[in-house]
Design a protein around this ligand. Structure first.
Ligand SMILES: *Cc1c(COP(=O)(O)O)cnc(C)c1O
Length: 450
C-alpha cells in the first residue's frame, strides 16, 4: 500500500461554525476591566473600537457560532487546508513517533491570520465602517488585514513594528499592493508614538507600542475601527476552523494525536488548532497533552505573572487578566516578530492557569536549526514563529527514539518564511544568537503593572 502524505478535505467539508470553548470550561474566564473604574467593561466601552458583531462574539457563551456565507466564500480561496504526515522528517530523525502538521501557509497572506482578518473586515464593512487601523509585528497580520480590506472595500492603515519594517521591506510592499497604508512604529503620527520616540529615538518598536498607535487613531475617527490579529476571544474563535478541520482529517488518517504542539505569540494559531481537541478531551474523548511553545526572549507563560495588565504599551486598552511580562516590556528584536508580545490571550492564560495546557520556552538558535531541518526534509520553509513548535516536536520525537514510544504528534505549521528569508540568511551566516533574558529585566517591567 502506498503511504499517505496529505489528508485533504473537500470544499464541501469546510466547517460552517466556529467553536467557542468558553461554555465548556470548568470556570468562566475573568472579564476585562475598565482601567478607570476597574469595573468589567461594557459593550458600550468597546463600541468606538470594534463593530457590534465582534463585541457580541467577544463575550458570547454560545458553543457554536455560524460562519457567514460571505466569509465562507472567501475561506474557500485556500480552505480546507491540508494536514500532512511528516514522513521525511520522521525518517531523518529515525523516530518511531508519527508527526503530523496542519499547514496554514497556503493562505493569500501566507499564514493563519486571514482566518480572522476576513470575518473582521466583513463585520466592519457590514456595519458601515470604511477604515480599519491595526498593528503588525512579523507583517503577517498586516498583510492578512490588507487582503481582507481589499476584498470588502475598506481602507486599511497599518503600524508596522520598526524592527520588522526595517527587516521586511517585502511585507510592506505586499500590504501596499493590497492597497493598505503602512507606517513604521513608533511613528510621529500619534501621541503614543511621539512619547516613545522622545525617550528612545532608536526604539525597535514592539507590538504593544504599535497597538497604542492604531487604537489612538481609530478612537479619534468615528468612521474607523481597530482590528487586532490575536489575543482577543473573537480572534481565537475564528481560528478554530483549523482544529475542526484537523479533527476530521485525523478521522481520515485513522489516527489520533497524543501530543499537540503550537507556538504562542498572542495565542491564536495555538488556540485555533487545539481548542476543538480540548473540547473532545474535556468531554472524555481522547487524552492529548497540549503544549504551548514561546520564545525564550519573550516568555509570558513560563516567566511572566498572571495579573491584570494593559494590552498595549501606552495603557489605552482595557485591563486584561493574562500572563504578562508587563505592558512596557520590550523584548529583544528576535526574528520571530509574531511572538514578540508582552502578554498572552486572556482566554488561553485562563486555560493555562486551570492546568489544561503546558508551556515551554525555547531559544532562537534551536528553533532556526529545527526550521532548517524541516525545510530540508519536508520542503516547506517555516516562518520563524512555527519553528518554535517544530523545535519542540523534534525534542519529543528524539525522546521517542530513546524510549521507542510511537507517540502521535500534531503541530500547527502556521506560516511560511518566503518573506522572512533575511532571518534564515542570518542564521546560515552564524549570526543568530540566543539572548539571555535576566530576571531583573522582567522584574523591572513587572514593577510597573497597573
Ligand atoms: C502572528 C503569527 C503568530 C503569532 O500569533 P498567534 O496569535 O500566537 O498565533 C505565529 N505565527 C505566525 C506565522 C504568525 O503570523
Amino acid at each position: 500500500m502506498t503511504r499517505r502524505t496529505k489528508y485533504l478535505l473537500d470544499e464541501s467539508d469546510l466547517p460552517t461554525q466556529w467553536y467557542n470553548i468558553v461554555p465548556d470550561l470548568p470556570e468562566p474566564p475573568p472579564p476585562p476591566l475598565h482601567p478607570g473604574t476597574r469595573e468589567p467593561v461594557t459593550p458600550a466601552d468597546l463600541a468606538p473600537l470594534f463593530p457590534a458583531a465582534l463585541i457580541e462574539q467577544e463575550v458570547s457563551t454560545d458553543r457554536h457560532i455560524d460562519i457567514p456565507a460571505e466569509v465562507l466564500d472567501v475561506y474557500r480561496l485556500w480552505r480546507p487546508s491540508p494536514l500532512y504526515r511528516a514522513h521525511r522528517l520522521e525518517a531523518a530523525l529515525n523516530t518511531p513517533a508519527r508527526i503530523y502538521y496542519k499547514y496554514e501557509g497556503g493562505s493569500p497572506a501566507g499564514s493563519h491570520k486571514p482566518n480572522t482578518a476576513v470575518p473582521q473586515a466583513f463585520y466592519n464593512a457590514q456595519e458601515g465602517i470604511t477604515r480599519l487601523t491595526t498593528e503588525t509585528g512579523a507583517g503577517q497580520w498586516g498583510s492578512a488585514l490588507a487582503f481582507a480590506g481589499a476584498v470588502f472595500g475598506l481602507d486599511c492603515e497599518v503600524w508596522q513594528v520598526r524592527a520588522s519594517y526595517d527587516q521586511k521591506p517585502y511585507r510592506r510592499l505586499m500590504m501596499e499592493t493590497y492597497g493598505a497604508t503602512v507606517h513604521p512604529s513608533p511613528s510621529d503620527r500619534t501621541a503614543a508614538g511621539r512619547a516613545v520616540l522622545a525617550d528612545h529615538p532608536d526604539s525597535p518598536g514592539s507590538l504593544g507600542i504599535a497597538i497604542s498607535e492604531a487604537v489612538e487613531v481609530a478612537a479619534a475617527d468615528p468612521g474607523a475601527r481597530y482590528a487586532l490579529g490575536s489575543v482577543l476571544n473573537h480572534v481565537l474563535l475564528h481560528q478554530t476552523v483549523i482544529g475542526e478541520e484537523a479533527l476530521r482529517q485525523f478521522e481520515l488518517a485513522g489516527d489520533r494525536p497524543d501530543l499537540i504542539i503550537g507556538c504562542t505569540g498572542g495565542g491564536s494559531n495555538f488556540a485555533g488548532l487545539t481548542f476543538p481537541f480540548l473540547r473532545e478531551k474535556l468531554a472524555g474523548r481522547g487524552t492529548p497533552v497540549i503544549r504551548a511553545v514561546e520564545p525564550a526572549a519573550c516568555p509570558s507563560l513560563t516567566r511572566g505573572v498572571y495579573a491584570y495588565d494593559f494590552g498595549d504599551t501606552a495603557g489605552l486598552t482595557p485591563l486584561l487578566k493574562m500572563h504578562t511580562l508587563g505592558h512596557d516590556f520590550i523584548p529583544d528584536p528576535i526574528h520571530a516578530g509574531g511572538l514578540r508580545y508582552h502578554g498572552m490571550s486572556p482566554l488561553l492564560s485562563h486555560i493555562y492557569h486551570l492546568g489544561l495546557i503546558e508551556a515551554v520556552a525555547i531559544g532562537q538558535s534551536e528553533c532556526f536549526a529545527a526550521g532548517v531541518r524541516f525545510a530540508r526534509t519536508e520542503g516547506i520553509l517555516p516562518a520563524p514563529e512555527p519553528t518554535h513548535a517544530l523545535a519542540a516536536c523534534i525534542r519529543e520525537a528524539l525522546r521517542c527514539k530513546e524510549t521507542g514510544e510511537e507517540k502521535v504528534i500534531l503541530t500547527a505549521l502556521c506560516g511560511h518564511a518566503h518573506l522572512d528569508l533575511p532571518a534564515y540568511g542570518r542564521y546560515l551566516a552564524g549570526e543568530v544568537v540566543d539572548h539571555d533574558l535576566p530576571e531583573a529585566a522582567i522584574q523591572d517591567a513587572l514593577a510597573r503593572l497597573p
